[in-house]
Design a binder for this molecule. Structure first.
Ligand SMILES: [Fe+2]
Ligand SMILES: [Fe+2]
Length: 346
């Protein structure tokens, strides 16, 4: 059943239509709450490992999705005006924060920059989701549709379709339509979504999902921010918790079966994905729209230690997962460092 949510993030006035898991906040992690600990106890009870556990996890995710999902078209009040006096993201999370260019902006320009930057990130979100949907379709194409984990893949694709419509409507409300895709990143995305292997499908998914999730969790809990941004973040955080659980499970499974050549290839391509996903989050048109020279502002953002620290913080969980699994290593570490995602000493 699809849940109806108030458009006012933070409040939950129509949450009573929830069919009753008690999962109401974006701070909550949806099916993520049913994570490793209960999965492990299920294994101990049933002796299930491997394929059996895969099905148990998928069934749990499907039940969670049936209890708590959203249709953002009706769940958010899209007629509510955007308050120009609020930031759409914390100032310290904006790409120019702390630079001389930031000091020269008026408060109104800074707030407008916040709306442009969150809309640019939503544009990237649609790009990521289009890639993910195709990868999941390819994954499901090879599977048995009677299996719960394949049914979960279809469910996740449906979630991502709704998210992309939500992000598109959000971009319109932020008066920030028309970011043109970076041609190199766009072309690489086209190749990646058509050719990704199993580890890359799930590691790529996990990287971009963790990145957005960390940003959005902050927005959900900050009551000073624009309510529409928080409402969008809240829906996304809740549903993405299930996606990340699935990606982690599948990644662990497929990575264990890969040999040395496949692992080296996957490490390299994942580093390219992480580099482009991170460095293309903020479109240079954001800067032009608040009266700055886009080339100079982009350069300032790339060299801005505050922004590099923020992107490293957004990516930290994915980086920790990949480091532990051995998905970051070898010469491709250069790209992770260049993107500011790992330390120069790593
Ligand atoms: Fe999504
Ligand atoms: Fe997702």
């Amino acid at each position: 059943m699809t849940r109806t949510e108030t458009g006012n993030a933070g409040a939950d006035s129509r949450g009573t239509r929830n069919t009753g898991t008690g999962n109401t906040g974006a701070g909550n992690t949806g099916a993520g709450n049913t994570g490793t600990r209960s999965g492990e106890s299920d294994n101990r009870r049933t002796g299930n490992t491997g394929a059996g556990n895969r099905e148990l996890v998928a069934e749990r995710l499907l039940r969670s999705s049936a209890r708590l999902s959203y249709d953002p078209v009706t769940a958010i009040d899209w007629t509510a005006p955007v308050d120009p006096d609020r930031y759409a993201a914390r100032p310290e999370r904006l790409s120019l924060y702390g630079t001389p260019l930031w000091d020269r902006l008026t408060e109104a320009q800074r707030r407008e920059l916040s709306r442009q930057e969150v809309a640019s990130i939503a544009t990237s979100g649609i790009w990521f989701e289009a890639i993910l949907m195709q990868m999941l379709i390819r994954h499901a194409y090879d599977g048995d549709p009677a299996a719960s984990h394949i049914q979960w893949a279809y469910t996740e694709i449906a979630d991502e379709c709704r998210h992309s419509v939500m992000f598109a409507k959000f971009i319109g409300k932020m008066a920030a339509a028309g970011f043109r895709p970076d041609p190199v990143a766009h072309a690489l995305g086209k190749v990646f979504k058509s050719t990704s292997n199993g580890p890359l499908t799930f590691a790529g998914a996990l990287f971009v999902e963790e990145l957005l999730d960390q940003m959005q969790r902050e927005a959900v809990t900050d009551e000073t921010l624009d309510p529409l941004t928080r409402a969008v973040a809240r829906i996304h955080v809740t549903e993405e918790a299930r996606h990340m659980r699935y990606a982690r499970e599948e990644l662990r499974r497929v990575w264990a079966r890969r040999g040395g050549v496949s692992r080296a290839y996957s490490r390299f391509v994942l580093a390219v994905v992480a580099y482009f996903a991170t460095t293309r989050l903020i479109h240079p048109d954001c800067y032009a729209r608040v009266g700055l020279d886009p080339r100079a502002a982009r350069r300032a953002a790339r060299n801005n230690p505050h922004w590099r620290a923020s992107t490293a913080w957004f990516a930290r969980k994915a980086v920790a997962t990949f480091t532990e699994a051995g998905l970051i290593g070898g010469p491709s570490r250069y790209l992770w460092r260049k993107a500011g995602l790992i330390d120069h000493t790593a």
